[in-house]
Design a protein around this ligand. Structure first.
Ligand SMILES: Cc1ncc(COP(=O)(O)O)c(C=O)c1O
Length: 443
């Protein structure tokens, strides 16, 4: 009896100790939040083979919004798939089984980081293709699902991918309403509200690829939801700056492109289960019960899908390097998101100062809270300035970036375009200095 009492005392003490340890660990994990902790740029850059490539080493890369460098996990997974698993996946032999499970792993781990269910994530050849397929589903569905004439809302701030396919629904008798930017490129929520009544879908960008303002997705979605309007968010120009928690944002559809987010050339899409199952299946008829196959009529690129698991690998590696303890997929992604954004703000500040000093016209807000995608109106000189920057070892973009509607609305000829300077958390201070030096020489 005495032994039993002693044993239960010991067990009680053990559990109390475990509980205290857990609380201490949790507190420590909280305490090691990114407040004041800076991204280790040396470690970050070591995760990208491109920075060590002799052919690229002396070039400062400022066209990230067009496509980022790929992280080493993606490169390694892609190459492993091509070398060791390049067979039809999901078959009865072990290599095939491995190929399929790596594809599933990519979907499951991305879902955990994005805060959605695995079945809600699907891959397609690009965001343009994913949006196009979605628009076909809505074209079929809206007329039968709506009382009266269906209506959708698009913006003039979007890349063509998230506006053109929706606008074409007018051919099917669907009313298309436009949520227009103000003169400074801002999409004001006050202008949205009158458009919502009687609409079924709102398509808008998380951040525009030329205006760079980060739209308040959560607030916009809450408002849309009050009117029973579904939301489709183009996150292509946002996701590279930190994977969002899609569930917290509250949108029904979120799209982004892996090739601009350190990955292979894939479009990634999340769609809320209820909506995805209500929309007509666009894939093979016999796959209709699988949400992740309903909007991917193109056969998937197996290797690239599998290589997308390299994105969560990268977030995990950053997390472990900086934090070491605790948290699950979404929690890790949120911490790394905040660290990336903090780093990008620091990098943006000197560029904004220089733009102001030189009196250049920047599209969108001149604050560090914007996306680090800075488009400058240089009249007819955008292209020639980009060429001259290249002579100084700076790779920047020029053109309309498929955002002709946004440029026109801001008084810029799409044919002339803008000079776009886009970077991410992996950009170094030295590269920003080089960019500023080069701009000062060529402008
Ligand atoms: C904001 C934005 N949306 C959508 C797209 C289209 O993405 P994808 O090239 O994957 O079709 C782009 C591409 O540049 C973009 O910048």
């Amino acid at each position: 009896m005495a032994v039993t009492a002693g044993t239960s005392l010991l067990i009680g003490a053990w559990w109390a100790m475990r509980r205290t340890l857990r609380i201490l660990l949790d507190n420590w994990a909280q305490a090691t939040q990114p407040f004041g902790m800076q991204l280790d740029t040396g470690f970050v850059r070591a995760q990208f083979p491109a920075f060590a490539e002799p052919a690229l080493r002396d070039l400062a890369f400022f066209e990230n919004a067009g496509g980022s460098y790929a992280c080493r996990y993606v490169v390694w997974r892609l190459s492993r798939f091509y070398k060791e698993r390049k067979v039809q996946p999901y078959g009865p032999f072990p290599v095939s089984d491995l190929a399929g499970s790596e594809m599933d792993e990519a979907r499951e781990r991305l879902a955990r980081m994005l805060g959605v269910w695995a079945e809600e994530v699907s891959f397609g050849p690009s965001t343009t293709a994913n949006t196009y397929v979605l628009a076909q589903a809505f074209r079929q569905w809206l007329p039968e699902a709506s009382e009266g004439r269906p209506a959708i809302i698009v913006t003039n701030q979007d890349h063509e991918a998230n506006t053109g396919p929706w606008r074409r629904l007018a051919d099917a008798g669907i009313e298309v309403r436009e949520w227009r930017m103000r003169d400074d490129g801002h999409l004001d929520i006050e202008d949205l509200e009158p458009l919502l009544d009687g609409a079924q879908l709102l398509a808008f960008p998380h951040a525009s690829n030329v205006v760079g303002e980060i739209n308040d997705v959560a607030r916009i979605c809450r408002l849309a939801q009050r009117y029973g309007v579904f939301t489709c968010v183009d996150g292509v120009s946002y996701a590279p700056h930190g994977l969002p928690n899609v569930r917290k944002l509250g949108c029904d559809i979120y799209l982004f492109s892996a090739y601009k987010t350190y990955g292979p050339h894939q479009g990634i899409m999340t769609i809320r289960r209820e909506l995805g199952m209500a929309l007509p299946n666009q894939g093979h008829e016999f796959n209709g019960a699988n949400l992740w196959q309903r909007f991917t009529p193109a056969g998937p690129d197996h290797a690239q899908v599998a290589a997308c698991a390299g994105l969560p690998d990268y977030v995990d590696a950053l997390y472990k390097h900086h934090m070491r303890a605790g948290r699950d997929g979404t929690g890790r992604a949120e911490v790394i998101h905040d660290m990336m954004r903090a780093r990008e703000r620091d990098l943006t500040a000197p560029l904004l100062d220089m733009i102001e000093e030189r009196g250049l016209r920047l599209l969108g807000p001149a604050t560090v809270d914007r996306a680090p995608t800075l488009a400058l109106d240089l009249g007819p000189h955008a292209w020639s300035v980009a060429q001259r920057l290249a002579e100084h070892g700076v790779m920047a973009g020029a053109g309309d970036f498929y955002a002709g509607r946004a440029l026109s609305a801001l008084g810029i000829e799409p044919e002339e375009g803008v000079l776009r300077l886009s970077f991410t958390h992996y950009t170094s201070d030295d590269e920003v200095d080089r960019l500023i030096g080069a701009l000062n020489r060529v402008l």
